[in-house]
Design a protein around this ligand. Structure first.
Ligand code: AMP
Ligand code: MG
Length: 322
């Protein structure tokens, strides 16, 4: 049983395991991560293998503080302001990679940029500080499946592949980090996430372009952010979005005080209509409803503001053809 309570001893053992090239699952404030030494290509290759993750999908390097981030990436002025304002926290910055940082090409899939984050979770920060290496950590689930928000979700998906699973209880946000490309002068949101774009826009007093809206002026085509796969975060049962009624055999993912009436399995993401609560419940709710083997999961409409942007992004990708 690789699940352990985080104590100074188990955190030290987990840091040692990472330095040896083993994989360790640990809690962050977003979801549980499957960590590997980001400077060790063999360790990082094991992460791709364990998750069944496509090799072209780059990983996020996690570090304990801004100083450690600066050793692996260069920070233009705007990127530094964002890091100072929102780290530790659920914001990933894509920046130009510094060769001196020795980040494995397996992490960046050969790109000249690297995605970096300082997570706001005491266990993650203690582990990163003890390990003293950048840790590549995608969500600790099989690729394409919903992300783990409990230690047991990790065990369900990955069994004893991680040397240790540090159990920090349920994750606070339950949604992955917001990814901002800040490598150039114009910053772009590559993925909506636990830090609402509005918060960043308010702080910088500018509107941030979303990668999905960006069009290459030369070709008129949309650039594809690496790893922004259409089908992702998917439960086993198909998702039916914007449901205004349910069908026999379906499960219901409800939201808000005016939940549809339904006889079968039902989960209300937030009976009061609170998007923060809904985000925290989303992945566990999908796993739970899936376990009743419905013909489909009918999903009530969710407002597209604040955290709703990230929630709807995950639901759309969960609903995309596999
Ligand atoms: P996750 O799947 O939650 O581990 O997040 C990793 C995601 O970060 C990938 O799927 C990419 O979308 C994004 N990412 C990581 N590195 C880069 C990079 N160098 N350039 C653009 N996006 C990146
Ligand atoms: Mg993931």
């Amino acid at each position: 049983m690789p699940i352990v309570k985080p104590t100074p001893e188990t955190i030290a053992a987990a840091a040692e395991a990472l330095r040896r090239g083993d994989l360790v699952a640990f809690p962050t404030e977003t979801v549980y991560g499957l960590g590997a030494d980001a400077t060790n290509s063999r360790a990082v290759a094991r992460v791709f293998e364990a998750k069944g993750r496509p090799r072209f999908n780059p990983l996020i390097a996690h570090v304990a503080d801004l100083a450690a981030a600066e050793r692996i990436a260069s920070f233009p002025p705007l990127a530094r302001r964002l890091a100072e304002a929102f780290w530790p926290g659920p914001l990933t910055l894509v920046l130009r990679k510094r060769l001196a940082g020795k980040i494995s090409d397996f992490v960046t899939v050969g790109l000249e940029t690297v995605a970096v984050r300082v997570p706001a979770h005491p266990v993650a920060l203690a582990l990163l500080a003890a390990a003293e290496i950048p840790v590549a950590a995608p969500s600790a689930n099989r690729s394409g499946h919903v992300s783990p928000t409990l230690a047991n979700h990790v065990l369900d998906d990955l069994g004893d592949i991680p040397a240790l699973i540090l159990d920090g209880g349920p994750t606070a946000h339950g949604l992955e980090s917001t990814i901002i490309d800040a490598s150039e002068h114009d910053i772009v949101q590559l993925r909506a996430g636990a830090l609402p774009a509005e918060a960043i826009e308010r702080f910088l007093a500018i509107r941030i372009n979303r990668a999905a809206e960006a069009v290459d002026p030369a070709t008129g085509e949309r650039p594809i952010a690496p790893g922004q796969l259409a089908s992702h975060y998917a439960p086993g049962a198909p998702l039916r979005l914007e449901a205004t009624h349910t069908r026999p055999g379906e499960a219901l993912l409800a939201f808000g005080p005016d939940a549809l009436r339904h006889d079968g399995s039902t989960f209300n993401l937030s009976p009061t209509g609170d998007l923060v609560e809904a985000g925290a419940n989303l992945f566990a709710a999908l796993r739970k409803l899936d376990a009743s083997h419905p013909t489909a999961i009918a999903v009530m409409p969710i407002p597209d503001t604040g955290l709703g942007e990230a929630i709807n992004d995950r639901l759309r990708r969960g609903a995309a053809p596999k």
